[in-house]
Ligand binder design. Structure first.
Ligand SMILES: C[S@@+](CC[C@H](N)C(=O)[O-])C[C@H]1O[C@@H](n2cnc3c(N)ncnc32)[C@H](O)[C@@H]1O
Length: 189
């Protein structure tokens, strides 16, 4: 079994690893309800979650920026988005997400964090100053896979230590941490 784990680890980049249908349905509903204007996806991969985010973004007149390091994955995702007639909703950005977030002026109204798990905290640090008031951050893989738990635990600790973010772990799909930015001065608080 250990050998199988090592073999999977060596080829992890080739697997699909999508958010799955439950998390997909949840985020789709969230977008229809909150109507974010500017959505950021960290981890395009082959476009499973990109299609869901883009479909919801189109319904509410929003735009999606999606980032990934792998050109061959984004090429596939771009083709799928084209076939779905969603190309005008999505902007594909290729490169290191942490660097590309730093270059973007923001604001971000909804973020899907589904990149390699050691990058969750660096990505959080990069997009935190660019979140709009009441922005939502959905971070995937809080429960599964088990091998990612030490890294996602560090993310949960980091996100819960930020006073302007209210956070909860939801048992949806692979486990998601849902955080909302409630800044001081928000009349709803
Ligand atoms: C779990 S997959 C994303 C799955 C996708 N959200 C879905 O539901 O189909 C994580 C992705 O993060 C990408 N990635 C890893 N390191 C990155 C980095 N430094 N910058 C941008 N993307 C990166 C990988 O290429 C991989 O496609």
């Amino acid at each position: 079994m250990a050998a199988l784990g090592d073999a999977v680890g060596a080829h992890i980049d080739e697997f699909l690893l999508p958010i799955g249908p439950d998390t997909g349905r949840f985020i789709h509903s969230l977008i229809l309800a909150k109507r974010p204007a500017r959505i950021l996806e960290l981890g395009t991969s082959y476009g499973y979650s990109t299609l869901i985010l883009a479909d919801a973004a189109r319904e509410v007149g929003g735009r999606l920026i999606t980032m990934d390091l792998a050109d061959y994955k984004q090429a596939h995702a771009r083709a799928m988005i084209g076939r779905a007639g969603l190309s005008d909703v999505v902007e594909f950005r290729l490169g290191d997400a942490v660097a590309m977030i730093a270059e973007d002026p923001g604001p971000f109204d909804l973020v899907l964090l589904d990149i390699w798990k050691d990058l969750y905290v660096p990505c959080l640090d990069a997009f935190l100053p660019k979140l709009s008031d009441e922005a939502i951050v959905v971070a995937d893989n809080m429960v599964e896979p088990v091998t990612a738990r030490p890294q996602v635990r560090r993310y949960r600790e980091a996100v819960r230590a930020i006073p302007e973010l209210q956070s909860a772990l939801l048992p949806i799909g692979s486990g998601i941490e849902l955080s909302v930015r409630w800044a001081a001065g928000n009349a709803k608080l």
